[in-house]
Ligand binder design. Structure first.
Ligand SMILES: Nc1ncnc2c1ncn2[C@@H]1O[C@H](COP(=O)(O)OP(=O)(O)OP(=O)(O)O)[C@@H](O)[C@H]1O
Length: 259
């Protein structure tokens, strides 16, 4: 569904992502793990077509995000860690606006909005302006705006931060349902217990380089994702756990990169 090949992104003389290749298959939830500054957001924003990159090719459902961005974006939803919403709109206006942009038919949009707004507990707030929402409510509105589109690929940056436990539980179910319907999910998280329990595949990035990717069962083995992750931090080019795909040694980021 999502194929990233040799992605490289610099910010000035800082290399944020270095020659990263990753495949996110349909029908599976892939967790993207890495320390602060490792390059997760840069990778996700590049794949979402909202950040230009220096080298590499990214395709979504066969559409090149650079040469065919409209087709790629049509099948993709991206939920940033800090969604920038139109605060002057009401929640319902915002969702209707998104539904207009993505051509969600009038016949189904109302039931989709009702279904997801109710599921995430913001149905009673849709008449209020987004500017009056709490941080978590804004996050839920952004989430609902992504889910009503029933995207083929859903990418989320730290989606569980700030969500209440009921919403977090609901989100786990919705991510699984999307994959069961043939879609694909890629999300970044620092909550390794959630990643281990929820994800079919795990990709670990360190200092801009992908160091491990593979099925969760192979990456984790008899250990825990936390232990695997902590061990890798001591040897970031490191030995991959048995069954996981060790990533080829690559040149590290330029001096000045932080991860
Ligand atoms: N706009 C920017 N200008 C300069 N450097 C940036 C910019 N955005 C990110 N970086 C740098 O790129 C590197 C990767 O950042 P990125 O935000 O992708 O990391 P991350 O893995 O998402 O981190 P976190 O877990 O803290 O969200 C970091 O060294 C960061 O300082």
């Amino acid at each position: 569904m999502l194929t990233i090949t040799h992605l490289t992104k610099h910010y000035g003389d800082k290399t944020a992502v270095a020659d990263l290749s990753l495949t996110v298959p349909p029908g599976a939830i892939t967790g993207f793990i890495g320390r602060n500054g490792a390059g997760k957001t840069t990778t996700l924003r590049s794949a979402a077509g909202i950040l230009d990159f220096d080298a590499g090719v990214i395709t979504i459902d066969g559409h090149d995000v650079r040469t065919d961005p409209v087709s790629a974006k049509r099948v993709t939803a991206f939920l940033p860690d800090n969604p920038d919403l139109y605060e002057f709109m009401s929640g319902l206006d915002y969702l209707s606006f998104i539904a207009d942009i993505y051509g969600i038919p009038a016949t189904s949009r109302r039931s989709l909005i009702e279904r997801y707004a109710t599921a995430y507990g913001i149905d009673g707030d849709l008449g209020s302006s987004v500017g009056s929402y709490s941080h978590g409510m804004k996050q839920k509105l952004a989430l609902v705006s992504a889910l009503i589109r029933t995207p083929r690929l859903l990418m989320l940056d730290e989606p569980f931060v700030g969500l209440d436990p009921v919403a977090a539980h609901r989100l786990k179910g919705d991510l699984r349902s999307l994959c069961d319907a043939g879609g694909a999910v890629l999300f970044s998280t620092h909550i390794l217990e959630v990643a281990q329990a929820l994800c079919d595949n795990i990709a670990i990035i360190s200092a801009g380089r992908l160091v491990v990717s593979g099925p969760t069962s192979s990456v984790v083995g008899d250990s825990s994702l936390e232990k695997v992750f902590l061990d890798l931090q001591g040897d970031s080019a490191g030995a991959a756990p048995p069954g996981a795909t060790p990533q080829p040694a690559q040149e590290g980021p330029q001096p000045g990169a932080s991860a």
